[in-house]
Design a protein around this ligand. Structure first.
Ligand SMILES: [Zn+2]
Length: 204
């Protein structure tokens, strides 16, 4: 069992000491290559375990980062600005936890501030922190919304994600062209039909 501490609905990853070493991961990739029937010592494959491990490191870099920390710095000199702020069409790459297959998608994040705003690039970084983990889209949508809501405490917030899941487009049932749409609305985005509709219209 991995000890996981829950703070503000966020999971703090397991300590570094419990992680397998890079050499162990490379050995595991080598096993997979052997399992395919290939010779891992063949010229073209010798460096593959190291390359795959580096690539996995990038794909799962989100475990080493605390999304709340990214949002810590906020700006309060906003002259009473109280309309919707929408960051649209934020591309992300993730991996589904059931097949470790790519999830390629776009996110829309909107909020109505309550006296303070956050740097817009920080919103995009929070999406990447959660995307660069093993995910299911529904949970990722909730995690992004809950974290921004908990830290920024806006009047309301909405997150919409549309993504293609390679576990069903390029394998399994083979249904290319399908995407999955998920959303989470909090505060006035949940309570006000007009606010919700305004946001949904922007993401259509
Ligand atoms: Zn899957």
């Amino acid at each position: 069992m991995n000890p996981k501490v829950h703070i503000l609905n966020r999971e703090v990853p397991q300590p570094e000491t419990q992680r397998p070493s890079r050499a162990e991961v490379e050995a595991a990739v080598r096993t997979i290559i052997r399992w395919t029937g290939e010779d891992p010592d063949r010229n073209g494959l010798v460096e593959t375990p190291a390359r795959v491990t580096r690539s996995l490191e990038e794909s799962f870099s989100g475990y080493g980062q605390d999304p709340a920390e990214i949002l810590e710095k906020t700006f309060e000199e906003i002259e009473g600005y109280d309309e919707m702020i929408v960051l649209r069409d934020i591309r992300f790459e993730s991996h589904c936890e059931h097949h470790i297959a790519p999830i390629i998608g776009r996110a829309w994040v909107a909020y109505i501030p309550d006296g303070r705003v956050v740097g817009i690039s920080k919103l995009a970084r929070v999406i990447d922190v959660y995307a660069k983990r093993l995910q299911i889209q529904e949970r990722m949508t909730a995690q992004i919304a809950n974290t921004i809501n908990d830290v920024l405490k806006p009047r309301g917030l909405g997150v919409i994600i549309k993504a293609t899941h390679h576990c069903m487009t390029t394998r399994g049932v083979h249904k290319p062209g399908t995407d999955l749409v998920t959303s989470r609305m909090l505060g006035c985005f949940r309570d006000s039909t007009l606010t919700r509709r305004e946001f949904l219209g922007m993401a259509a």
